[in-house]
Design a protein around this ligand. Structure first.
Ligand SMILES: [Zn+2]
Length: 402
């Protein structure tokens, strides 16, 4: 007995010792999980009206403003997370790490001119000729460089976040720019004008941030809308849904978006092996080119995605589920009740509700549902959201082919 105890103790100790010496070959999956993924997650989506759904994140930050990761890491994670389009949108005005970088670089300065540690921000500058101390295109240029060098085929959009008084005017992402430096101006409306001059689009970011409501604020923000500067609104930022924005976008002909606004690594908030993906926007476009993506945005062809919930125009949501799910009649019983099979061929699950019954149709699975005589396969889809944050009720068309 004593001997058995000793052997057991030895076994436990040995396990403990060997566990500290895993090599790259023998380390268990639990440890490999923490390393950079080797495969891209593929997000399978239906096509709608002949359009492909491209997966995009139009709001992320890097160390070039107040983010915690490099542009290189943003590109890598976007590709591994299954995105087709990424915009790095570092702040024009908030460049937290810049002064630290300048301090580090100061001893390398060989000129007589001292490095300035002054914040490059422009929010509080009164003159029109404030200096742009850094090259604000640097993060985008670096992202393009590493995407090419590491063979990560992803469309990169040059953008920036314009951040002024969060309560009176709010925050805006300028997207599809040619030169971020050129849009700097203390007057935000002059910045807007320069964005449009470059053919860029303007998105109103997280409309309820630091406010008690996501309604349009009186004054400068109302002016930005009424003068037509705004092309779209971010209804979903990270894991927050801003009330009333889907309706605002539909009523005003603006595109609606869902983005991460990631500052840290996306794997912190959206683990790569989880059952859902990072927050993103699905864009219905003919191809993944700047021209076609901009055309799709101007036409408002987007669906927001957050934690396996879909947000947008009821028409698109209904089309999405009808294209993703194949519905067939399996059998009829003596009473005339019909059993349907519903096959989900996409990466997004659907929560289908009929009265008190709830059916969860997981990705790439088939579910059988019996519906009483005379009724249609009609469901309230609880993980879809349209106007006024309501769930649409959709009829899933029966596939007549079989
Ligand atoms: Zn942001």
């Amino acid at each position: 007995m004593k001997r058995l105890f000793f052997i057991s103790l030895l076994a436990v100790l040995c396990q403990g010792v060997t566990a500290q010496f895993y090599t790259t070959e023998n380390r268990p999956a639990a440890i490999r999980f923490f390393n950079r993924p080797t495969e891209r997650r593929e997000i399978v989506l239906p096509t709608i009206d002949g359009y492909t759904l491209y997966k995009a994140d139009f709001h992320t930050h890097t160390i070039y403003s107040d983010g915690d990761v490099t542009p290189r890491q943003r590109v890598r994670e976007a590709w591994y997370d299954g995105l087709d389009i990424l915009a790095i949108t570092d702040h024009l005005e908030i460049r937290t790490y810049e002064k630290f970088m300048l301090k580090v670089l100061a001893p390398y300065n060989t000129t007589d001119e001292p490095f300035k540690y002054e914040h490059a921000g422009i929010a509080n500058k009164k003159d029109n000729n404030y200096p742009v101390m850094a090259n604000l295109n640097a993060a985008y240029d670096e992202a393009v460089y590493y995407a090419e060098r590491e063979n990560l085929p992803i469309m990169l959009v040059r953008g920036t976040e314009i951040w002024r008084n969060t309560k009176s005017i709010g925050e805006y992402n300028a997207l599809f720019l040619n030169d971020i430096n050129a849009i700097c101006h203390p007057d935000i409306f002059e910045s807007f004008r320069r964005v449009k001059e470059q053919g860029g689009l303007i998105m109103h970011n997280h409309p309820g941030y630091t406010r008690t409501t996501s309604e349009i604020a009186e004054g400068e923000q109302a002016r930005a809308y009424s003068e037509g500067w705004i092309d779209g609104v971010e209804a979903i930022n990270s894991t927050s849904l801003y009330k009333g924005i889907i309706s605002r976008c539909l009523d005003r002909g603006l595109f609606m978006m869902a983005n991460t606004d990631a500052h840290g690594p996306t794997s912190h908030d959206w683990p790569a092996t989880g059952e859902f993906f990072r927050t993103m926007t699905f864009i219905m476009a003919k191809s993944c080119t700047e021209k076609d993506i901009k055309e799709a945005l101007k036409a408002g062809r987007t669906i927001g995605y957050m934690a396996n919930n879909l947000f947008g125009d009821e028409r698109y949501l209904s089309a999405f589920i009808n294209e993703a799910v194949t519905c067939r009649i399996v059998s009829r019983n003596d009473k005339g009740d019909v059993t349907y099979s519903l096959t989900n061929s996409c990466s997004v699950p659907f929560t289908l509700c009929r009265g008190t019954s709830i059916h969860r149709l997981k990705p790439f699975t088939t579910l059988k549902i019996t519906i009483s005589k005379g009724a249609e396969p009609k469901f309230k889809v609880d993980n879809m959201w349209h106007r006024d944050e309501q769930h649409p009720t959709v009829i899933i068309a029966v596939d007549k082919k079989k």
